[in-house]
Design a binder for this molecule. Structure first.
Ligand SMILES: [Zn+2]
Length: 313
């Protein structure tokens, strides 16, 4: 008998070339159920991390990810909730988890300046620890690549393509990404309202990971700030339109921002009249993408007992 989870096959063989972890699925709010935005993809043996929100490092640890091997980082834009996990990921990944290779950071214009600021922030500690941990020194280094709308990454059959999205006039440029491997594709919207870039790149993709934001009518009517915020994000009706037009095999909603509505309300609105698979992403959810798509709700945190912990911190 075939088992379906809201339209997604669960019994298909494990033939996945793309594996996704929605590490953090929250907005800038302080919820520990939905930590800061971060998505990890393993494609043809390569680890690719997209955005590094609050607690990205802890979520990787809980998922049993070999953190020192995660050295390729892609940033959609430089809003703080997308990068505020960077200092911890950078420093703790180096001196506690013994990352040996530099971090390659692929980001929009302004990323180089942000990384220089990050290095200044931890200048004291990098200098101090380097005096007795010199063997690990390359793990503290950065290799920064600022990109436009282009193929950002093309290695070992894995391609990452950046495309412009619309996150309002104050946040330009802001990007989404399309990841391709072995004929499969995952599209990450980044932060955006409905825009041509997402519709074009998500058309017929395997998995679309898209932001969502919603407010009650009363909240919208009475609060100018909420209206402004929602104008640079995607509301459930716009998301419904994106699903209908792009028809991904699976849509996962993340960066969930809610004002006086529940996440179940927005899910119902996005699904209304649309027969494709749509789910709310949860922190530490795992998705395997192959001929079938297998979606695993988060289980108990794994105990990463094989991680070597330095005694010098
Ligand atoms: Zn943003």
């Amino acid at each position: 008998m075939e088992h379906l989870y809201n339209g997604v096959h669960l019994d298909a063989p494990l033939d996945a070339h793309l594996r996704i972890w929605t590490l953090g699925t929250g907005s800038p709010s302080l919820s520990v159920q939905r930590h800061g935005i971060a998505t990890l993809i393993k494609a043809n043996g390569r680890w690719l991390l997209f955005d590094v929100g609050r607690a990205a490092l802890q979520r990787m640890y809980e998922c049993g990810i070999p953190i020192p091997e995660v050295t390729d980082v892609f940033l959609t834009h430089l809003h703080s909730d997308h990068i505020c996990g960077m200092p911890d990921f950078w420093m703790t990944g180096w001196f506690v988890l013994h990352r040996k290779k530099p971090l390659r950071i692929f980001g929009p214009e302004g990323t180089r300046r942000m990384i220089e600021g990050l290095k200044e922030l931890h200048h004291f500690d990098v200098t101090a620890r380097s005096k007795y941990e010199t063997a690990l020194s390359s793990g503290k280094d950065f290799d920064v690549h600022e990109f436009g709308e282009e193929v950002v990454y093309d290695e070992d059959g894995v391609r990452v393509i950046s495309f412009l999205v619309d996150h309002g006039p104050a946040v330009r440029p802001a990007y989404g990404f399309r990841v391709e491997c072995a004929g499969r594709s995952v599209v990450l919207s980044g932060d955006t309202t409905i825009c041509p870039g997402v519709l074009e790149h998500a058309a017929g993709c395997d998995v679309l990971i898209h932001e969502i934001a919603a407010a009650s009518r009363r909240q919208l009517a009475g609060n100018e700030i909420t209206r402004r915020i929602l104008s640079i994000h995607t509301d459930p009706d716009q998301m419904n339109e994106i699903c209908r037009r792009a028809r991904p095999r699976l849509t996962l909603l993340n960066h969930v921002s809610l004002w006086r509505v529940t996440q179940y309300d927005i899910l119902a609105r996005v699904r209304a009249g649309y027969d494709g698979a749509v789910e709310l992403a949860l922190d530490r959810m795992e998705v395997l993408v192959g001929d079938a798509i297998r979606l695993f709700p988060p289980g108990p945190p794994k105990l990463a007992q094989d991680l070597i912990v330095s005694d010098t911190h």
